[in-house]
Design a protein around this ligand. Structure first.
Ligand code: GDP
Ligand code: MG
Length: 166
């Protein structure tokens, strides 16, 4: 089993924290270039019979207001096509519209794409169920997994689901 998982989402939804939680103790290598908001971070999880590469892309920013942000968006999107799994990370909150540019792109993605609702430690179970329904009414995800990257809730489960698709 081997593959490439692309983690995408708005800034501050917890992409880096999630990748650290997934790669964690199994980490073999992380390349972390300076100014991590502009450079891709790669985490490799490997064992005797598997190898999974996670890519934590720079945040996608809505309505780029200057050239730098524009090129960051281009870079984030440029990795869409080579992934085996797209992992779209979002968080509870009232900023659903902010995710629209990413959602638009996801509609054309041919590979399995996961909805990861992060930071579920900040809301109650009812709210989580509400969010799952709200998101899946907007777009049909291959898998929907609520997690807390910070508290490592459901992150092992997420890793199992990743392996299922590789
Ligand atoms: P990124 O910009 O998407 O890479 O987000 P980061 O991983 O840098 O996280 C942004 C902020 O959210 C940090 O302060 C994290 O500690 C916090 N955060 C990340 N995951 C969680 C979570 O599961 N629960 C809570 N409460 N905070 C989180
Ligand atoms: Mg980050």
């Amino acid at each position: 089993q081997s593959g490439f998982v692309n983690i995408i989402g708005r800034p501050n939804v917890g992409k880096s924290t999630l990748m650290n939680a997934l790669v964690g103790e199994r980490m073999s290598i992380i390349t972390n270039k300076p100014q991590t908001t502009r450079h891709r971070i790669i985490g490799l999880v490997s064992g005797d019979d598997y190898q999974v590469v996670f890519s934590d892309t720079p945040g996608v920013i809505e309505a780029p207001s200057y050239r730098m942000q524009e090129s960051m968006n281009q870079f984030a999107f440029s990795t869409f096509e080579d992934a085996d799994i797209m992992m779209f990370v979002t968080e509870p909150g009232e900023h659903y519209a902010d995710d629209d540019p990413i959602i638009q792109r996801l509609q054309n993605v041919k590979v399995p794409f996961f909805l990861v609702i992060n930071k579920i430690d900040t809301v109650d179970d009812g709210k989580v169920l509400e969010l799952i329904k709200l998101w899946n009414d907007r777009i049909s995800f291959t898998e929907t997994i609520p997690v807390s990257a910070l508290q490592k809730v459901n992150t092992e489960r997420l890793m199992e689901v990743v392996m299922k698709y590789l």
